[in-house]
Design a protein around this ligand. Structure first.
Ligand SMILES: Nc1ncnc2c1ncn2[C@@H]1O[C@H](COP(=O)(O)OP(=O)(O)OP(=O)(O)O)[C@@H](O)[C@H]1O
Ligand SMILES: [Mg+2]
Length: 629
């Protein structure tokens, strides 16, 4: 990556690591493979810290959840009483000894109705409070991650793909959010339900409870077996979903290249292999998770049969009322689901903590060196720049700049030339303090860069990079990026100086033409003109142009150079160019080779000395001559 901007228009697009794509939804019973956190306890503690401000609310939520569950658990028992009254009443009526006690039944039903309504009300309140907590926590997490991204050194992004960071903000935070919002209270209510139902069943009949409980280990065993089977295929499904996504993304991203090299057949064949494997894995994974419920129901039904047989036997012996049998069956029904949920708790927790861990690891990773406590506040800058024996490497053991020393007088136009990979762009990044030098120093007006705040320092420079960076928005907004308060007239004036005005006016909508997301609806050279206009509008004391006109035709390039020269008169500017013809009038030419300055001087001096620059220049000159012939 050679661009310091967070996003740019070239074909590189972020890829979300597929393995995490569905983790957030992995809460289902036969969900995907579960990632294990490295430090479960530590991460859980940090998560609790995030929840700390909401302690009181969470306790209230728990109380409400327990209350709601308890009240709904009592329901069936009360309804059972109504059945018993009805049953006995009918028997009595048939025997001619009494009547059906309708008022008693009505009273019982009203009580049950009241209980259910109350339970529902508590549940709504609980959901409302918990959603609020979950959303606030995720809002905070997202904010923290986003702010952290801006404090991370460029070095970090050299080793981490954009997709991985993106996934933190979306998938991982989402997983935590889901668990907070749903799973946490669900776990609690499941636990309360299991315990409560157990108590209710025991109060009805211990014999029937034992029979009903026999189902539990059987269903747990079956659930475990199915989950184990399906996880294998879910994991395969995720892998191949990732392959398919990646492949499609690549094929679309490189659409033009694929067509140009007749790669369609190969691409389709590759896609088919992935798609077939995905088909097989997804089929099995989905099948296994779809047989889960029917199997559970079958086992449950076998349990009912046993319970009902025993219940009937007990009823005949007058050891149990009809209503209690009915209530009991209802309890058995509401027993199995929370048990499967409880069986899945460890998976949900592990997945959530693993996601939270990634977020926390990111939040705790090393940041840019802090700003100086008392940043310099200079009234004005003359533009004297000195490089003092600068050493730098992107990687610790691979030096890129080795002992770069040069002095630039205020207002000079400095050209940096040299072969590809010599370290020209790297010098620019050091000047803007995107990276800190390893050794030596860069000084502006005699002050080390590190004495300025980063924001103040970067305000000194206008920069046009090798990689153009434009965003989805109008031409006007794009040019205005560096100086949001600029008026439309100023924007147009800047565009005129950059020789961009003419082409902009030919666009539909002119300055209000919208650049598409990938910025493919204008040409490469036009993009460069827009970024130049942007730098001109920002009107900085110093200017850096890194191959800023490399895609523009030679005639326009010369016009822009002239305009720039006029504009930058009296201001220090750095210009990197491969076409040496464009920098002949520079006040100082620094010739770089393998991270070092090998020669410096004016065009005439360097040519006269007949060194590396002369060699470079003559080789280009010959090419030009050859083209002319
Ligand atoms: N982010 C990075 N991480 C590691 N190495 C890098 C990074 N960016 C550049 N390099 C390496 O540093 C060296 C100098 O790169 P630099 O971009 O400064 O070259 P350049 O002189 O601007 O070349 P060009 O003329 O092609 O733009 C190269 O060898 C390059 O591979
Ligand atoms: Mg470069």
């Amino acid at each position: 990556m050679s661009t310091p901007t967070p996003n740019h228009s070239s074909a590189q697009k972020t890829k979300t690591p597929p393995r995490r794509r569905m983790m957030g939804r992995g809460h289902g019973m036969a969900g995907g493979p579960v990632e294990k956190p490295r430090d479960f306890k530590g991460t859980l503690r940090k998560l609790v810290t995030y929840l700390n401000p909401f302690k009181v609310t969470i306790i209230i939520v728990f109380v409400l959840a327990i209350g709601s569950t308890v009240f709904s658990i009592v329901g069936p028992k009360i309804l059972g009483n109504a059945t018993t009254e009805l049953f006995n009443g009918i028997l009595a009526k048939l025997a001619g000894t009494g009547d059906v006690p309708f008022d008693t039944i009505a009273r019982i039903l009203l009580t049950a109705l009241g209980l259910y309504a109350f339970s529902a009300a508590l549940s709504y309140l609980q959901g409302w409070l918990m959603t609020d907590v979950a959303m606030q926590v995720t809002y905070q997490l997202r904010k923290d991650v986003m702010e952290k991204i801006n404090r991370m050194p460029f070095r970090y992004f050299d080793g981490t793909s954009h997709g991985e960071v993106l996934s933190l903000l979306t998938n991982d935070v989402d997983t935590v959010s889901q668990t907070l919002n749903q799973s946490l209270t669900q776990m609690l209510t499941s636990l309360v339900t299991v315990l409560g139902v157990l108590v209710m069943m025991l109060t009805i009949s211990w014999q029937m409870t034992i029979v009903a409980l026999l189902i539990v280990p059987v269903s747990l065993l079956v659930v475990m077996m199915i989950i184990k089977q399906s996880q294998k295929f879910f994991s395969q499904q995720q892998d191949y979903l990732g392959h398919v996504n990646g492949h499609v993304e690549e094929a679309f991203g490189g659409h033009v290249i694929v067509k140009a090299f007749n790669g369609e057949d190969k691409s389709i064949a590759q896609f088919e292999t992935y798609n077939n494997t995905l088909y097989g894995a997804a089929w099995k994974a989905q099948f296994f998770s779809s047989i889960m419920m029917p199997t559970m129901r079958l086992i449950g039904n076998l349990g009912y049969v046993a319970v009902v047989v025993l219940g009937g036997w007990l009823a005949i012996r007058d050891m149990i009322t009809v209503g209690d049998i009915q209530a009991f069956i209802q309890y058995v029904r509401s027993f199995t689901q929370p048990i499967t949920q409880l069986a899945n708790i460890s998976n949900v927790l592990q997945g959530t903590v693993a996601a939270a861990e990634r977020v926390f690891v990111f939040l705790e990773s090393e940041e840019e060196p802090p700003e100086t406590e008392h940043p310099l506040q200079l009234e004005s800058i003359t533009g004297h720049v000195e490089f003092r024996d600068v050493h730098f490497g992107y990687l610790p053991d691979k030096p890129v700049i080795r002992g770069f020393s040069a002095e630039v007088a205020p207002g000079q136009k400095v050209a940096i030339v040299g072969p590809t990979g010599a370290g020209k762009t790297t010098m620019v990044k050091l000047l803007m303090r995107f990276y800190d030098v390893d050794e030596g120093a860069i000084l502006i007006d005699g002050h080390d860069l590190r004495e300025f705040s980063r924001a103040d320092l970067r305000k000194l420079f206008g920069m046009v990079l090798q990689d153009t960076w434009l965003f989805n928005g109008t031409v006007l907004e794009n040019i205005r990026y560096g100086r949001p308060e600029a008026s439309e007239e100023e924007v147009i004036a800047a565009a005129e100086t950059a020789h961009a005005d003419h082409f902009i006016r030919t666009l539909p909508g002119g300055y209000h033409f919208v650049l598409n997301e990938e910025v493919t609806n204008i040409s490469q050279g036009q993009k460069q003109l827009l970024t130049i206009a942007r730098a001109i509008l920002a009107d900085p004391p110093m200017l850096i142009l890194d191959e800023a006109t490399s895609s523009v035709d030679t005639h326009t390039e010369i016009l822009i150079q002239e305009a720039m020269d006029r504009l930058m008169a009296g201001r220090t500017s750095f210009i990197i160019a491969h076409r040496l013809s464009t920098i002949q009038n520079a006040d100082l030419i620094l010739v770089m080779r393998e991270g070092n300055i090998v020669e410096q001087g004016t065009h005439a001096e360097l040519l006269a000395s007949g060194g590396f620059y002369a060699e470079l220049y003559n080789s280009q000159f010959e090419v030009v001559e050859a083209e002319l012939v």
